[in-house]
Design a protein around this ligand. Structure first.
Ligand SMILES: Cc1cc2nc3c(=O)[nH]c(=O)nc-3n(C[C@H](O)[C@H](O)[C@H](O)COP(=O)(O)OP(=O)(O)OC[C@H]3O[C@@H](n4cnc5c(N)ncnc54)[C@H](O)[C@@H]3O)c2cc1C
Length: 598
């Protein structure tokens, strides 16, 4: 085995340990890759539990009133600081501990309810939404999910009330996208009472204002020469902790304190280990799953603001004796923005509900949500900016700030490239394993036919059966059946890619991008159909506003179906060879560098 192959086997093993711990219910995304529409996870459209709705309505009203009165995003950006009184105010109205159980002082909100609150913050100020996410969505999440009862009782109450702030520290110089490559070491002391941490973390939101940090470090695996990542609760008053840069100067979300710190011979009691020893990567990725749903909510809020700003300007600014909104090229941007906003909201609600409803593995869906909403927000900001013309370019324009703020979203909490590849690879694993079963049995019939027969029947079943997308509204039948056919076609395309390329497909990111892109669009379309069906059945608003939003939904479906067809068509009709050959020569990679990134 060459070095690349050894590395790949290592990565596969790590991913398998991380992701596939036992039999699980078939999720929505994994179902898509098997040619199935697992309706139960997306339909009916999720609603916040009736018992929680009144509390949520009250909280949203309170949050809106507080933000309107007290939040000044322009000042936060200019001074590169979120004033303490704003943090205290958010704490007072419960935002900093909203999903924590009431016994620890939280409000016990579901993830879906919390997303609705965060959308309000995201609509106004990205610095404040990223600060809140870093504290609540990821900062205290590991404690909430993996903390023992004693740890929760000890650490949570002051964090939930905002008396203390939290941060989540994974990233290091050598561990950015490659999160598993954490180099910070945690050596157990001779008496086993504590661990000694050495290492440096960078780009950590809230690091210099947090009193509690969840830090990922590498611990030895007992009885072997290997090491694995473990999560530790760290406080900055521990001897050996030094803040090297409390507020790194940056382009956007300038109000957040993004820090760099080191730990030198820093003793951390063993009681501060969060979750099982050596399972820190699982802890980190689970935490980030939650972060990605609130990310989706914040991007949805910001995209709604872009749409509002674009509409206001298009209706008032006159050129050529017309308002800008009279021009079709402006209308195209606004129509698409409205369609995307509808889908972003629906996808956020459905994804958050997967967590609330106890689906065990929602990693693909949260990754899809993150990529989809961050990309769409970037387009929305860009389009709103363009509609505002020169006026957007000056720093008294909210769009100038929003453009700078939105750029981090496609990089942070897993870059969109890494997540796109992840979606395709984890998704394809299901049908890939069935094909492997069939191949292995073909070449070694003594294994017995049982599993291969089941796998063959599954593959054959998906190839001949168009999945049904159940809707209640007559007017949605056509879109539902188009989506069913696209899922069927998607499954054939995935099968073809697996049969044609076999294992090397794991390195073919251009193929993966199309497969993941189609899957994301199908997930978004399913969420849109689910939401629209519920609204048409009377669960939503009526009148002109409702008609407008239903038009946006219908437009989204048309455009999304076009994109799916394009992704699938380009799997066989593309410029990949020429593109990769050009990139290879520009990169100075010799001709023997194989195509398709292999
Ligand atoms: C403002 C800000 C706040 C942050 N807050 C936190 C925080 O609170 N906690 C924390 O732990 N981290 C935080 N981060 C770190 C963030 O998560 C990382 O920046 C991110 O994971 C990317 O890592 P990197 O910057 O090292 O980029 P790299 O890993 O060097 O990647 C650079 C680019 O290379 C490409 N790329 C990388 N790998 C692949 C691949 N496999 N396939 C294709 N393309 C690839 C992508 O386009 C990527 O954007 C923050 C970062 C910023 C900028």
């Amino acid at each position: 085995m060459n070095e690349a192959e050894i590395q790949r086997q290592k990565e596969i093993k790590e991913a398998e340990e991380l992701l596939f711990t036992g039999p699980q219910a078939l999720g929505f995304a994994k179902g898509l890759f098997l040619g199935r529409f697992v309706a139960d996870w997306a339909m009916p459209y999720p609603r916040v539990a009736a018992a929680q709705q009144a509390g949520l309505d009250k909280s949203i009203a309170e949050v809106r009133a507080y933000l309107d009165e007290n939040l000044d995003p322009v000042a936060i950006d200019r001074t590169a600081d979120i004033p303490r009184h704003v943090i205290d105010g958010l704490a007072r109205i419960g935002v900093l501990g909203m999903t924590a159980p009431t016994e620890y002082g939280g409000r016990g909100f579901s993830q879906q309810a919390y997303c609705q609150v965060l959308e309000e913050i995201g609509a106004r100020c990205a610095s404040t939404s990223v600060f809140t996410n870093a504290h609540h969505s990821i900062g205290i999440r590991a404690l909430l999910l993996f903390g023992t009862r004693e740890q929760k009782q000890k650490w949570l109450p002051p964090l939930v009330t905002g008396e203390q702030l939290a941060a989540f520290a994974l990233t290091e110089k050598e561990a950015g996208s490659d999160a598993a490559n954490v180099q910070t070491l945690a050596e157990p002391s001779a008496d086993g009472s504590h661990y000694v941490l050495n290492g440096e973390k960078r780009y950590i939101t809230n690091a210099s204002i947090a009193q509690v940090l969840t830090v990922m470090a590498r611990t030895p695996v007992p009885g072997s020469d290997k090491s694995a990542i473990t999560a530790f609760l760290v406080t900055p008053d521990m001897p050996g902790f030094t803040m090297l840069e409390p507020r790194m100067e940056k382009l956007g979300i300038r109000g957040t304190a993004t820090g760099r710190f080191e730990m030198r011979d820093m003793a951390v009691p063993k009681e501060n280990i969060l979750g099982p020893l050596g399972k820190g990567l699982k802890v980190a990725l689970t935490v980030l799953d939650f972060g990605r749903t609130t990310f989706g909510a914040c991007c949805t809020g910001a995209a709604k603001t872009c749409l509002r700003l674009a509409v206001e300007h298009a209706n008032t600014r006159r050129q050529f004796k017309k308002t800008l909104g009279d021009f079709d090229l402006v209308k195209r941007k606004i129509g698409r923005m409205a369609a995307d906003v509808y889908a972003m909201e629906a996808m956020t609600a459905v994804t958050a509900s997967l967590i609330d409803r106890g689906l065990e593995d929602y990693m693909i869906e949260t990754a899809m949500l993150k990529v989809f909403t961050t990309d769409r927000l970037w387009e929305a900001v860009n389009d709103a900016f363009q509609i505002h013309g020169g006026s957007a370019y000056f720093n008294d324009s909210p769009l100038e700030r929003m453009l700078r703020d939105a750029r981090i979203n496609q990089i942070g909490e897993g870059s969109n490239e890494v997540l796109t590849s992840f979606v395709a690879l984890v998704g394809m694993r299901g049908p890939g394993m069935e094909f492997k079963e069939i191949y292995d049995t073909m070449f070694n019939p003594s294994r017995g036919l049982g599993k291969a027969w089941t796998a063959g029947m599954n593959r054959l079943g998906a190839a001949v059966k168009i999945p049904s997308v159940p809707v209640k509204s007559e007017s949605l039948r056509s879109q539902a059946s188009q989506l069913g056919r696209l899922i069927w076609r998607f499954n054939l395309s995935v099968n073809r890619a697996l049969i044609t390329y076999r294992e090397p497909v794991m390195d073919m990111q251009l193929v993966q991008e199309r497969i993941a892109g189609a899957a994301m669009e199908m997930f978004a379309s399913a969420c849109v159909i689910s939401r629209l069906d519920a609204e048409l059945q009377g669960g939503g608003k009526n009148g002109e506003a409702a008609a407008g939003s239903h038009r946006a939904a219908a437009l989204f479906l048309r455009q999304s179906f076009h994109r799916i067809r394009r992704f699938l068509g380009e799997l066989t009709d593309n410029d990949d060879e020429a593109l990769l050959a050009t990139a290879n020569s520009v990169l100075g990679k010799n001709d023997s560098a194989r195509l398709n990134g292999r």
